[in-house]
Ligand binder design. Sequence first.
Ligand SMILES: [Ca+2]
Ligand SMILES: [Ca+2]
Ligand SMILES: [Ca+2]
Ligand SMILES: [Ca+2]
Length: 451
Amino acid sequence: MNRDDAKDAKASQNGARFNPAMPGVAADRVIRYHIAIRHGGIPLMEILRMIRSLTTLISLLTLTLACAPAPPPPDALDNGLLLALAVLEKDANGRPVPQPAQLGILTDTGVGWSYTPVSDPESNVFHKAMVYEPRPGEAGILTAGGTGASLKLLRNGAEPEILWQADFGGKHSRMRDVEIADIFGDGTQALADATHDQGVVAVVTPTADGWEAVEIDSEPNTFVHEIEVGDLDGDGVVEIYATPSLPNKLDGTPQPGWVVRYVPATGEGRVEVADLEDRHAKEILVDDVDGDGTDELYVAIEAVAGGRVEIRRYDADTDPAEGALVASLEDKLCRFLTSGDVDGDGNKEMVAAAHKSGLWLLEPGQDPSAPWAITSIDRNSGGFEHAAILTDLDDDGIDELYVANDNAGEVNRYVWRDGSPVKENLYTHPEGLSGFTWNIMPVPVELIPAG
Ligand SMILES: [Ca+2]
Ligand SMILES: [Ca+2]
Ligand SMILES: [Ca+2]
Ligand SMILES: [Ca+2]
């Protein structure tokens, strides 16, 4: 037996199939050999085994994915937005016809934003909608309506509770603005309320078994546009600030206005804190924007009697005729001032939302009574009201800017990245917006009425 014969014999002994074409080499070895040439050294059986393993792995993965529940959407925000709206439709002659007041609820679904309208046929406008918890555990959505003038509290699953409804005896009866504060320093969250058109300023307080509304001021032929609450003199007692003016004019002629103060806890009645002469303000803001621990008052004076919009600052001891000019805007109207921290540096900024000139970021310098730095956020956002709010819906400690750009029927969000605002559209009214967004406020999703 030569060497080859010996190999064949050994192969036979080992049970390998004899290969007549290549005596001495088992058949599977031949195949291995050929494949080895083609694939640079990886034997065929190895490759087949790898393919089989891979196929099994893919099958298993496919099965796993098919059996697993659909992946959850990215985290939805725990907070949404309340939009207070007046909606108008045109009649056959093209005249605007007021529709029922609309509360627009915007919520983040995790993959986009969803808009749910809630209407109130008893009013033709919601001037404001905000979260209010009059007593512990009784949180709901407070609405301020016009014609008829009413404050209502909407709680999930219940008929809206009427807190106060009034007819002031003039041409219009409207709840125009409302703020929440511990007005009497007794721990009760009460409401300060501005109205049209008889100059009524009221305080509405939850009582043991209902509600008490007290008119703390009234003046015929007077619109009260806006209310703020705060503590300018730092004595721990809340003051109410209001902006009365003569009735609205649309012809640009002078509309004299003031900012006045009330301190219900001490019984102090109307005191003038800003004399705007032949101009008036439809927007005021009370907040500690400069961060020195004490609130200050900002007044956006409209330019309907000429000039530019002026934003003036008043402290507790400021002469009513001597408000410090911190900014002016090339515009006629500015109806939203909102403060917050857009860059997360712990210092507040202010945003002014003007009628036609857009959105402006205002930042105080070393001397917060000297003119502030002003930069444009977006010149292509606007509207008569141009409702805007700085608030932290995503709970990351940095405020985002939410704006109703009524000119385009949009609601947009701005977040600051590397010092610059980045705009994102959250919602566009499908038919455009025939009407006005009067206010935007945050709302936790658990307070949003179902369906
Ligand atoms: Ca005070
Ligand atoms: Ca301050
Ligand atoms: Ca800041
Ligand atoms: Ca945030």
